[in-house]
Design a protein around this ligand. Structure first.
Ligand code: 2AM
Ligand code: CA
Length: 282
């Protein structure tokens, strides 16, 4: 057995969990008190000082334990798809890269809608090996380690067993780019909603992925996401027995932006439905 790797990966996960818990408690405490709110690319794309504070806290904690590791956080990257895509392209070959969303669901956070999470992933040379998503409102810590499964409250979690879209609860997210991406997503919604049992949109991609992993949703698709929205959740879904691809069916990688994650069983039907509706975003 690779002793270094097993010792190392255990402490990686412990650091990810402790860091997500601390940041999560802090952002929960700050809810409703944020003084400054600014728009990034549009009024649909918000950031608060709490996003920045959470990221600084996470970065400092991780750097304390692993000073040599690289760090990619949402708030360290200029707004817009171009800059986000470039950032992950430039960093994905790092030996160890932490990929962090300090608040996923910022719009919910701003409005007091209690669905926002901290998402922390560790990638080794481009492959996600640890993924942690913490929901401070429900005190739920979703944890996955490559090859070792996905867990919630110390118990293994598993994707759901629906085999048909007609029996499936599907989630999506409405893109902040209302000019080019939202209309494509709405075509997908128009196609999926009448076929699926129903559709949800809770406003946090990472939480949707954690819920696919836990079997609370059968599947989730969204267009125009960034590496930090997806990295931890993609590993959770895979380790819980599900499937993660882009909306064309290509395997998940850190550069995927249009994502489809399901229990595996409804994957093909959902891929086909999005393709037929010309709603893949490609
Ligand atoms: P955020 O809260 O970290 O910004 C909701 O549909 C999902 O889209 C959330 O996970 C949200 O992440 C993400 N999101 C919001 N604005 C975005 C943008 N401009 N580009 C990409 N993803 C965005
Ligand atoms: Ca964020």
């Amino acid at each position: 057995m690779d002793r270094d790797h097993s010792v190392g990966s255990k402490s990686f996960t412990a650091v990810a969990i402790n860091t997500a818990a601390k940041a999560g408690e802090w952002i929960k405490m700050k809810q409703g008190t944020h003084a400054s709110l600014s728009q990034k690319s549009s009024s649909h794309d918000l950031v608060t000082e709490v996003d920045k504070g959470s990221e600084t806290m996470i970065r400092n904690l991780i750097k304390t334990y692993f000073p040599d590791h690289a760090f990619l956080g949402e708030e360290g990257v200029a707004p817009g798809a171009e800059a986000s895509a470039r950032a992950i392209r430039e960093m994905q070959d790092e030996e160890y890269l932490w990929i962090v969303d300090p608040i996923d669901g910022t719009t919910n956070f701003v409005h007091g809608f209690p669905y926002f999470v901290v998402s922390i992933a560790l990638a080794r040379r481009g492959e996600v090996i640890v993924g942690v998503i913490y929901d401070p409102n429900r005190d739920e810590m979703f944890v996955a380690e490559k090859g070792k499964g996905a867990y919630l409250r110390g118990k293994p979690i598993r994707v759901s067993s629906e085999e048909r879209l007609g029996d499936a609860l599907i989630a999506t997210g409405f893109p902040s780019d209302t000019v080019s991406t939202l209309p494509v997503n709405l075509r997908g919604l128009q196609a999926v909603a009448p076929i699926a049992r129903n559709v949800r949109s809770a406003g946090s991609a990472a939480l949707h992925l954690a819920y696919v992993a836990a079997g609370r949703l059968s599947g989730f698709w969204e267009l125009g996401l960034n590496s930090w929205d997806l990295a931890a959740g993609a590993l959770l879904v895979q380790e819980a027995g599900g499937r993660v691809t882009d909306t064309r069916g290509e395997p998940y990688s850190l550069s995927v932006r249009h994502v489809l994650a399901t229990n595996g069983l409804v994957h093909g039907e959902l891929l086909q439905t999005l393709a037929d509706a010309e709603a893949t975003g490609f």
